[in-house]
Design a protein around this ligand. Structure first.
Ligand SMILES: Cc1cc2nc3c(=O)[nH]c(=O)nc-3n(C[C@H](O)[C@H](O)[C@H](O)COP(=O)(O)O)c2cc1C
Length: 373
């Protein structure tokens, strides 16, 4: 299949020119190789660093820089308001009800889950203002080009990043959140619809994006949630967005799949758009993931109501780690959005981007008046 050597000008939107990127494709991943590959293929990779220790963030951002050279890349932190002040697991554990502990013990017994060799991804540290400040410091000291806030955009951090010459972005899932994002002073708003993988809201992308575009005025908007094709990129531009922000579609890229559990990759390749579910059982906030025994167990009438973040993180963190480590059939799963229905084969990032841009160019062509006669 031929690949476009460069995007037609209509696809190279103002945000592309501002960032110096070829394609209006923002790609979020928790995997360094994938982030670098997205940037090197002409989009911009965004590294999801929220579960990384500050020293890891420093080293990983430096490694991405090494892989991409002068090309731009971003980093994303989730900085929810009202988290505990200190990184103290015991303080959180003291508030976990017995009913919830018994539910976890019962899962361990029924699925015969051996203990994990260490804390899980959600229990490596407790989400707290203490650790967030150190993570932010690592980001500010780095030469990363774009700083994105996953949940909540603290004005002081946005200001600091801007002073350091970084572009700033906030992900939002409702028109209600536009005001606080604009008040924080972000350069870019990501309108993320409910179809999206991981933490997500209730409004569909097609309904959300035009409302956010209208409310944002001159501040550029990206469309997120459910995007996996070039036709959707063109639709996003038609809705007034300047590009797309994507996550799920990279999970089955060659670069990312190499670093995921083979059972998870199989699950993603086999899942259709109908096979995802929103659950609070993972983090305490609404999260879209591939439906599995894990989400089914928490949907049972006798299951307890999940706790708030970060209590749910602490309740399930080690168990989720053990489920991954021991590949517990039925329970292993991944966060993913409805665009998982487009993830049908493992392909290199560059191929995914080339094909998406080729399809977008063709879709732009079908919109020309001559083709409608
Ligand atoms: C596995 C996975 C993990 C994610 N983790 C984060 C995160 O830590 N911070 C964040 O801001 N967004 C996170 N997201 C959401 C993405 O940034 C993006 O908004 C979303 O994936 C877009 O929708 P899509 O999944 O349909 O492409 C995650 C998405 C996925 C699929």
């Amino acid at each position: 299949m031929p690949t476009p050597s460069s995007s037609p000008s209509a696809l190279r939107t103002p945000i592309c020119l501002r960032l110096g990127i070829e394609h209006p494709i923002f790609g979020f991943a928790h995997d360094i190789a994938t982030v670098a590959a997205i940037t090197n293929a002409g989009g911009i990779g965004i590294y999801g660093a929220t579960r990384r220790f500050p020293h890891e963030i420093r080293a990983e951002l430096a490694e991405i820089r090494r892989l991409v050279g002068d090309r731009p890349f971003g980093v994303d932190l989730v900085l929810p308001p009202n988290m505990p002040e200190h990184n103290s697991r015991s303080a959180i554990e003291a508030h976990i009800p017995d009913e919830h502990r018994s539910f976890i013990d019962d899962l361990v017994e029924r699925y015969e889950i051996p203990p994990a060799s260490g804390p899980g991804m959600r229990t490596r540290f407790i989400r707290s203002t203490e650790i967030e400040q150190e993570q932010l410091q690592a980001v500010m000291e780095s030469d990363v080009n774009l700083f994105a806030c996953g949940i909540g955009a603290p004005k002081a951090s946005v200001d600091e990043a801007k002073e350091l010459g970084k572009m700033t972005a906030a992900l939002i899932g409702s028109p209600r959140h536009v005001r606080s994002a604009l008040d924080a002073g972000v350069d870019l708003v990501v309108a993320q619809g409910t179809e999206a993988g991981a933490h997500t809201g209730a409004i569909g992308t097609f309904t959300l994006v035009p409302q956010i575009v209208d409310a944002c005025g001159d501040i550029p908007v990206l469309a997120a949630g459910g995007v996996g094709t070039g036709r959707q990129l063109v639709a996003a531009l038609a809705m007034g967005a300047q590009g797309v922000w994507t996550g799920t579609m990279w999970l089955t890229s060659t670069e990312h799949a190499d670093h995921l559990h083979p059972s998870v990759v199989r699950q993603l390749l086999n899942a259709s758009s109908a096979d995802t579910i929103i659950t609070r059982s993972e983090s305490g906030k609404t999260m879209r993931q591939v439906r599995s025994g894990w989400s089914d167990e928490w949907e049972r009438p006798e299951a307890p109501v999940p706790l708030k973040m970060p209590y749910q993180d602490v309740l399930v963190g080690d168990l989720l780690g053990a489920i991954e480590e021991h590949d517990i059939e039925g329970l292993i799963h991944s966060a993913a959005g409805q665009s998982v229905g487009f993830c049908n084969e493992v392909r290199p990032v560059a191929t995914i981007i080339d094909e998406l841009m080729l399809e977008a160019s063709r879709a732009m062509g079908t919109l020309q008046p001559s083709s409608m006669e």
